[in-house]
Ligand binder design. Structure first.
Ligand code: FEO
Ligand code: CA
Ligand code: CA
Ligand code: CA
Length: 587
């Protein structure tokens, strides 16, 4: 255009140093910024709920109305476009039994006490909060009609190609369309029609199939890492967690219960009475995220990482287009019909999206894929069959707001190149024993979310460029880190990178404690912006539309964060970050 005004540099803040102090129990931000604890485990969510810290007893019934543990992916939904009033929705990924039960978790004569199990179920799931800004101060509306906890026993519907098929039926649900609970909601997505997409990540540990012969033959268990034991022994009080086939029961009891997890769960935060919906067309994965890319013409894609070693990157392209005039329920049906693709990376920097569609790419009955329901339930096996590229643990995906380029964190993969035939070194995962991870950039053909081919390159290899050991060396321009996990583009196209590594490992000493950095996607400069307390990972990130308020999560802190008095156990917390002068965070 004529006389473009010179652009301000994208990163406008002063970098901060890594924090190497193992006793650091707070947060560091650049000069001119402030970070405050906004919402922690045990805080009230549902109107009238007690606060965990104020009640002498923190019961399962209380926990069902309070913030769960281990805050993770999160999204701010503006009300009428406002940057001062909206709904903040977040995942509570997993639990810490030692802090949930003051006296520790117990097994009495081989059975878990019911109250403990109910509390554990209640501490999982999703919180919906109404939040409001008054002057510079944000608060949670305590009597909001939107305040809601979705947890390990919340009723949910199942839709899409797998709904109602035999593989989703149990003795308790002969229709195969109703399920209770969601677990290990890690990262997330959202839709242009204002719904939240909670993603079910490591669900496999909650179920056990004790019949080892049956287990070996059942790919929908074995390929997902479901074992013969239950992580928390919930099966000792709730039969549905026992996935051992029972010949005397309809649908063999609960052998299919694990098939009802691993999905995208659509939640309408603006309709507190609505049932969450598990959208099976989007495939069953150990899914990190479902990041939207929406085009001006209403076509869209949801990008998804399957976070296990050597698993794949997927996208789901709805057949229809988003129509702002339709209700969220009508638009929601877009998630029931479309094409699930998996990424194939070629050595020459090109790649393609292989459709996991019945009858295509060899996904036929002859090759063991009965129909589309069978494919979505066994999406990993279908992806194996079409030659998808095994990646170094795909975590978050972020979409550049203008170019629609797709950035994916590959957090790390110590087993890359260790002799496992599925995990040999390849161009997109070039580092043997990849302890520090990397970020891959995918440029879709014609910048279209519904493209079937792409070009790719490595945005950066994490690690310290000055490391002597070649396999630990990175190529970061600027501040160093390991194990990128959370990833987010803000409204101006700043790329925010959040880390999740062991801050007690010798390999990570130079990086200090876990952190958040910002990067300019053009120059690739990386600048450290935030460091969290000892023991935490930094995860979950969202901003108000004007970019002046940022919310992030500090997950699994140690020491006593955020209660420095030492009276309370450490609690995962949402952190509000603002610039002292009210400006755009990062600018
Ligand atoms: Fe829950 Fe993939 O981190
Ligand atoms: Ca993660
Ligand atoms: Ca984690
Ligand atoms: Ca992680």
């Amino acid at each position: 255009g004529p006389n473009p005004t010179p652009k301000e540099p994208l990163l406008g803040f002063n970098r901060i140093d890594p924090v190497l102090d193992e006793t650091f129990d707070w947060m560091a931000v650049p000069e001119g910024y402030n970070a405050q604890v906004f919402f922690s485990w045990g805080d009230p969510v549902v109107a009238g709920a007690p606060s965990m810290l104020e009640s002498t007893q923190h019961t399962a019934a209380d926990q069902e109305k309070q913030a769960g543990q281990n805050h993770d992916g999160m999204h701010y939904f503006p009300i009428d476009g406002s940057s001062e009033h909206g709904l903040l929705v977040m995942n509570h990924e997993y639990i810490n039994q030692w802090s949930l039960h003051p006296a520790g978790d117990t097994l009495v004569n081989g059975v878990r006490p019911q109250e403990e199990v109910l509390k554990e179920l209640a501490a999982h799931g999703v919180s919906v909060l109404e939040v409001k800004k008054n002057g510079k101060d944000w608060s949670i509306v305590s009597d909001s009609k939107y305040g809601r906890r979705i947890h390990g026993q919340t009723k949910m519907m199942i839709t899409g190609p797998a709904a109602g098929t035999d593989a989703l039926k149990t003795v308790a649900d002969p229709e195969g369309r109703t399920v209770y609970g969601t677990y290990n909601n890690c990262a997330m997505g959202y839709t242009p029609w204002g719904t939240y997409l909670a993603c079910e990540e490591n669900f496999q540990g909650y179920f056990g199939n004790k019949d080892e012969t049956d287990f070996e033959s059942r790919r929908e268990h074995k390929r997902y890492g479901i074992g013969t034991k239950n992580r928390y022994d919930w099966d000792t009080v709730m039969e549905r967690f026992d996935a051992t086939p029972k010949a005397n029961l309809d649908h063999q009891g609960y052998v299919n219960e694990p098939n009802r997890f691993g999905w995208v769960v659509e939640i309408d935060p603006f309709d507190p009475k609505s049932d969450p919906v598990k959208r099976t067309a989007m495939g069953r994965l150990v899914r990190e995220c479902a990041t939207p890319s929406v085009m001006d013409d209403g076509k869209m894609a949801f990008y998804m990482g399957d976070d296990s070693r050597g698993e794949y990157i997927y996208k789901f392209v709805p057949k229809g287009t988003y129509d702002p005039k339709k209700s969220s329920k009508e638009n929601g049906a877009l998630l029931d019909e479309g094409t699930l693709y998996v990424a194939v990376f070629y050595e020459d920097g090109t790649g393609e999206w292989a459709a996991l569609e019945h009858g295509k790419n060899g996904l036929t009955a002859l090759n063991g894929f009965r129909d589309q329901a069978d494919i979505v339930i066994n999406a990993r096996s279908a992806a194996d069959h079409v030659g998808a590229t095994p990646m170094d643990r795909p975590e978050w995906v972020a979409i550049h707001p203008e170019s629609k380029d797709v950035y994916v964190t590959l957090t790390n993969n110590s087993r890359r190149g260790n002799g496992d035939a599925r995990q040999t070194v390849n161009a997109a995962n070039p580092r043997e024993a990849n302890l520090h991870g990397h970020i891959v950039k995918i440029a879709e053909a014609n910048n279209r979310a519904d493209a079937v081919s792409f070009e790719w390159d490595i945005f950066l290899m994490a690690g310290d460029p000055s490391a002597e050991n070649e396999t630990l060396k990175g190529d970061i321009k600027g501040d160093i880190f390991s194990s990128p996990d959370g990833l987010y583009f803000d409204q101006d196209g700043r790329l925010w990178i959040q880390t999740d590594y062991s801050d007690s490992s010798d390999n990570n000493v130079n990086f200090g404690l876990n952190q958040m950095l910002a990067s300019d996607p053009e120059t690739k400069e990386v600048r450290r912006f935030f460091v969290g307390p000892k023991g935490c990972e930094v995860t979950g990130i969202t901003k108000t539309p004007d970019g002046t308020s940022m919310f992030i999560n500090v997950q699994h802190p140690k020491l006593h964060f955020p209660d420095r008095s030492g009276k309370n156990p450490p609690r995962s917390s949402t952190i509000l970050i603002q610039k002292d002068d009210g400006g755009i965070v990062g600018a």
